[in-house]
Write a protein that binds this ligand. Structure first.
Ligand code: NI
Length: 217
């Protein structure tokens, strides 16, 4: 198989696996991250094949749903790529990216990523903010039974990895605990520019939300 056939075949595999998933980590999340990654990669010197593979496989097996095995994503990605005859160096790069890019793994100390990993990480973070990010935030909250907002529960601004994983606070708090912080955590210039626009959109959204909450608009 050549590279474009492998990309198509991995995309088909991932699409089938994630079809209809309802917590915001569905196929269309992967699809958007893939598109964001290509947009960012266009202004970076990088191996676009590794970027696309990393984007398509970045959520292939979330440790949250696999008893906390933090390497499960990489192992699953490796299995898929080896059956397609992808060269070992590339498999190794993709596995490294899949195992090291997630938000929770980078909370306590930031992990070093190659440029391809930085691009996929930016692409994934972009999908957590802006109009899409708002939709995903509430979709996820609904799936775990969180409230939309509760003025009596204040955001936890000193969130570390363990508290982040528990995630029991109302979804509006999640903007202050994570989503509004992402624009300053981007790796690439293009990622930063796109994040800035999405950030402003979220700020406007929150202003409207609180005004409506108090019956002012
Ligand atoms: Ni993701």
């Amino acid at each position: 198989m050549d590279e474009s056939e492998i990309i198509k075949s991995v995309a088909d595999h991932v699409r089938e696996k994630f079809q209809g998933e309802g917590s915001g980590h569905d196929w269309w999340h992967i699809y958007r991250v893939w598109q964001n990654a290509k947009t960012i990669a266009a202004s970076e010197e990088c191996d676009i094949f590794v970027v696309e593979m990393g984007a398509l496989l970045h959520d292939i097996a979330d440790h949250k749903f696999h008893g906390g095995d933090e390497e499960i994503g990489g192992k699953t990605a490796e299995k898929i790529l080896s059956t397609m005859g992808v060269n070992e160096d590339i498999v190794r790069s993709v596995v490294y990216i899949v195992n090291n890019l997630s938000y929770s793994k980078n909370i306590n100390n930031k992990r070093d990523l190659p440029i391809e990993g930085e691009i996929v990480q930016d692409a994934d973070r972009l999908d957590a903010i802006g109009a899409i990010g708002i939709a995903r935030c509430f979709a996820y909250g609904g799936s775990v039974g969180n409230e939309i907002y509760n003025p009596e529960i204040k955001p936890d601004l000193a969130m570390d990895k363990e508290r982040y994983k528990k995630g029991k606070s109302p979804q509006i708090n999640h903007f202050y605990e994570k989503l509004l912080l992402l624009k300053d955590m981007m790796n690439t210039d293009t990622g930063r520019q796109l994040a800035q626009q999405r950030h402003i959109f979220m700020q406007n959204y929150l202003e409207e939300f609180f005004a409506e909450w108090e019956g002012e608009r």
